[in-house]
Design a protein around this ligand. Structure first.
Ligand code: ANZ
Ligand code: ZN
Length: 873
């Protein structure tokens, strides 16, 4: 007999409604049970979601549901990273107000997320563009300002000289403005900064304690902070040069003092005070400096641009060889805000220096000899050598290792003095810069400051917060609409009452996402950042998101939490105890004959890589799987899956097959496989209901062989899937459920053939009860439906995780693989206590082995206890 099919389209909305009505995913701050805080990185409301966006939410949801079943008070919230440039672009391109665009997107994306059956506490939903959210952010900004953690300084921005506007890095394309096409320049502007560098060492040190973070992310954070130990070295200007420069010395920062005998030039940043001084009466240099400012401020641009320099004509004396002088250049690859803004170049051992030296015909003298290399023949070609080696061409350093030579140079120069100063000082530097948060944009959190000609920047009084964004703005001209919103902008100075104007820059949207996890802790909109609530919920036990946020978002959040602690606002230091970065969902791409991208639903697959267009029958070009993206149309909307297979299938498929940290390919065959599995679980459970004992039947005193085997399997399932989920090994959990389904199916077949005596009826019923709960976190709607037919009143989502009986987990037999001449032939189950001789006898008694040996006795049998049996024939 086959039970009716499971009808996901009917069941899924029904259960979602019940969950919602009963509010079972609402987290309470006064709940005495142990807490568990799981969250996924909140989405940017860009429009509609596709199934590729769903994977991390589903993973977080499995964990949230599992932990609830384990008796935890679970917080699983959701929100919207709602400020940002795309909303403004929509306003420019389509005339829709950013606010309207954003809230429309939030509404439709929320509906889509709800479709996935996620166990979210929607009562704590936040949108960062909501004044109730950013009001607190403005208070935080003022706290930072008072604590000296926020400050103002001049800094460079990308300036579009045609549109007369500041551009974000992503608006600079190949060095040109995205709209005007004009070559972008760097301009100085007074901007707000957050003092993240004050925490550089602490942020670095604490990485060691982030044990539940991926190593790769920890490494990326370390590199980003970029601590380096080096030396500041004073170079003395030659006599004539000193006169021309009006100073005696130049200070450079180096991490490779060992290479000093390979130095062939000095280079200054275009912003170096000496370069600026010289440019005053040197038009060619002034020109060169202006040229250096073209091309935008992004690190990528600065790093990849062609190395260029200007020979100032000045020379310095080599610190370790007074007979040698080096030319001083101004160069476009030296940054003013790192080290001292000046370097010595050693072309043989630094690629940038080498490119530069080749261009300006400067000497290239190798001073580090790679291991096992002949000093006579070693030469530098197009590639600098930055590896290990032994010093040579370096006088008193010859023969030393790099670390020894570094130390020797440091010691030597520390002893030398120029005027009163030692010629070298050891210095620790960080690559990490203070965080510039000013953005010349409308759709962001207003910076709560008023500029007064007499008083300077004055904080907006706290009782006047929030500074709300004005709605009445226009996007018809380039530039920041807030600059033109005079009714909003022009206000009296809070201090002296004179006419003043509001800060029109808004905050970087990374500020919004640097504390939203703290906001979630509060269930009280009056107190959005609640110390007690934060102490209760934080740290986040499991954070899940994309690797693209491995650096900035996580580092800023770690900084913010510390800065808030320094201001006395929270008591927590490290926000995310566990971090998981999920892989992406990829999908084949399809193009018609005209080269237009097609949606998967427009395509009919014919197998063996061929496909046609559904409506016209024309051939379709099938491309390899790529990250799902709107632009290539290789996306699957959740609605389509929900309508055809049900979202449980989508959830099951997303968790199957591929380890969660790896990319996973969405295929028709895969989703159909998930559908068959969902039906199978349903059949197993309904058949077990039919054959098994009633819900309230007591356990019999003894169980037969079949019943015991099934009970071992079902209790084993509860234990192993628990372990898999705790470790986020969802694909392994899925595999274990599949394995169990086979055992369960066999037991049902046995019951049909031989009856349900010896406790098999009880075991069947128990197995179904366990299965329904174990799959619950993964396919929650199906689980509810199963739980219902099993006769339970409550919800599967609220049921306790099945407690495995330890006696049933203890194994007294073990299964060993048997190999003949290295090839696996069979398995054998033997008592754990069996001696090698007993195992050997049992193996030889197997029919399959006798057949394989063809009647000949084996040469040798090697029993590796508890592992394997090797037969040498
Ligand atoms: C000489 C040298 C020889 C260097 C060599 C490297 C290799 P990290 O490790 O990131 O701290 N440098 C110093 N200040 C700079 C600036 N403002 N702009 C651009 N480059 C700068 O990098 C330190 C190295 O980067 C320093 O060591 C310096 O070049 C360069 F074979 O000094 B080195
Ligand atoms: Zn004033």
């Amino acid at each position: 007999m086959t039970a009716d099919r499971y009808n996901a389209r009917d069941a899924e909305p029904r259960w979602q409604k019940i969950w919602r009505e009963r509010g079972i995913f609402r987290a309470r701050n006064d709940d005495p049970r142990p807490k568990f805080f799981v969250m996924e990185m909140f989405p940017y409301p860009s429009g509609r979601i596709h199934i590729g966006h769903g994977r991390n939410y589903v993973m977080g949801d499995v964990l949230a549901r599992y932990k609830r079943m384990r008796g935890f008070n679970v917080l699983h919230p959701m929100g919207w990273d709602a400020f940002g440039l795309p909303a403004e672009n929509a306003a420019i391109e389509r005339g829709i107000h950013p606010k309207e665009w954003t809230y429309q997107n939030i509404a439709s994306m929320k509906e889509q997320l709800q479709l996935l059956g996620l166990s979210l506490d929607w009562d704590r939903e936040i949108a960062t563009c909501d004044p109730s959210y950013y009001a607190e952010q403005q208070r935080i900004f003022l706290d930072f300002l008072e604590a000296g953690l926020a400050y103002r300084k001049e800094s460079e921005v990308n300036w579009d000289p045609v549109d007369n506007t500041v551009l974000a890095n992503e608006q600079v394309i190949d060095g040109r403005g995205w709209r005007s096409g004009a070559v972008v320049e760097r301009r100085k502007l007074s901007q707000w900064f957050l003092r993240i560098t004050g925490f550089a060492q602490e942020l670095l040190d604490a990485i060691d304690g982030l044990e539940r973070w991926p190593d790769r992310v920890r490494l990326m954070q370390r590199n980003w902070i970029g601590r380096s130990e080096g030396l500041e070295v004073l170079f003395e200007l030659s006599k004539a040069s000193a006169k021309a420069a009006g100073s005696e010395t130049l200070k450079v920062y180096t991490t490779r003092p060992d290479t000093l005998f390979g130095a062939s030039f000095l280079a200054l940043s275009a912003d170096h005070p000496l370069a600026q001084t010289l440019a005053r009466d040197n038009a060619a240099l002034a020109n060169f400096i202006a040229e250096c400012k073209k091309g935008g401020t992004s690190a990528e641009i600065i790093e990849t641009q062609e190395k260029q320099g200007y020979d100032t004509g000045l020379t310095v004396v080599h610190p370790l060889d007074p007979t040698q002088t080096l030319p001083v250049y101004v160069a476009n690859f030296v940054l003013m805000d790192y080290g001292t803004g000046a370097i010595f170049g050693c072309p043989a051992h630094d690629q940038r220096d080498l490119d530069f030296a080749r261009k300006y015909h400067l000497p290239v003298v190798p001073v580090v000899l790679p291991p096992d290399t002949d000093p006579g023949s070693f030469a530098i070609g197009d590639e600098a050598y930055d590896g290990e080696g032994t010093l040579f061409n370096s006088r008193f350093l010859d023969g030393m290792s790099i670390p020894d030579a570094k130390e020797a140079v440091a010691r030597q120069l520390e002893r030398f003095r120029i005027a009163e100063e030692p010629q070298a000082v050891r210095r620790v530097n960080f690559r990490l810069r203070d965080w510039g948060i000013s953005r010349q944009r409308y759709w962001g959190c207003p910076i709560p400051v008023i500029h007064c000609a007499a008083c300077g920047p004055v904080p907006v009084p706290r009782d006047q917060l929030p500074v709300k964004l004005p709605d009445d703005v226009t996007f018809d001209r380039p530039g920041n609409p807030l600059d033109r919103a005079t009714a909003w902008r022009d206000v009296p100075c809070p201090k002296c009452g004179a006419p003043a104007h509001r800060e029109t820059d808004t905050m970087d949207t990374f500020v919004d996402s640097s504390w939203y996890f703290l906001r979630y802790a509060s269930d009280n909109t009056e107190r959005p950042l609640d110390k007690g609530a934060v102490a209760h919920w934080l740290p986040v036990d499991q954070y899940i998101g994309g690797i693209e946020h491995a650096i900035l978002h996580l580092l800023y959040s770690r900084f913010f939490t510390r800065a808030l602690k320094a201001c006395g606002r929270v008591d927590v230091t490290e926000p995310f105890a566990g971090l998981f970065t999920q892989g992406m969902i990829v999908h084949e791409t399809y193009k018609d004959q005209a080269g237009r991208w097609l949606f998967p639903e427009e395509v009919k697959l014919l197998g063996n890589g061929k496909a046609v267009k559904v409506d016209t029958g024309e051939d379709v070009v099938v491309g390899p799987p790529e990250k799902m993206s709107k632009s290539k149309r290789n996306v699957v909307p959740p609605e389509v899956v929900a309508d055809t297979y049900g979202v449980d299938c989508a959830r099951w498929f997303m968790l199957s097959d591929t380890p969660p940290e790896r990319d996973s390919e969405w295929t028709q065959a895969g989703i159909e496989g998930a559908w068959r599995f969902v039906q199978r679980v349903w059949r197993l459970v309904t058949e077990a209901v039919e054959l098994g004992a009633p819900a309230d039947a007591p356990a019999p005193a003894a169980f037969g062989k079949e019943a015991t085997a099934l009970r071992r399997a079902s209790h084993g399932l509860a234990a192993t899937v628990a372990d898999d989920v705790e470790r986020l090994r969802f694909n392994v959990a899925v595999a274990h459920v599949h394995e169990f389904a086979n055992a369960f199916g066999q037991a049902i077949a046995a019951a049909r053939a031989g009856g349900t005596g010896d406790g098999l009826d009880f075991a069947l019923r128990e197995a179904a009860d366990i299965l329904a709960r174990v799959v619950g976190p993964m396919v929650p709607h199906l689980a509810e439906e199963c739980w219902g037919v099993l006769g339970h009143d409550g919800l599967a989502a609220e049921a306790a995780w099945p407690e495995a009986d330890p006696a049933l987990l203890k194994r007294d037999t073990i299964t060993l693989p048997i190999q003949i001449n290295g090839r696996k032939r069979d398995d054998i189950e033997v008592p754990l206590s069996a001696t090698p001789a007993e195992v050997e006898a049992a193996v030889l008694a197997l029919e399959s082995i006798q057949r394989a040996l063809d009647g000949r006795p084996p040469k040798r049998i090697i029993v590796v206890p508890q592992r394997i049996v090797n037969v040498v024939a």
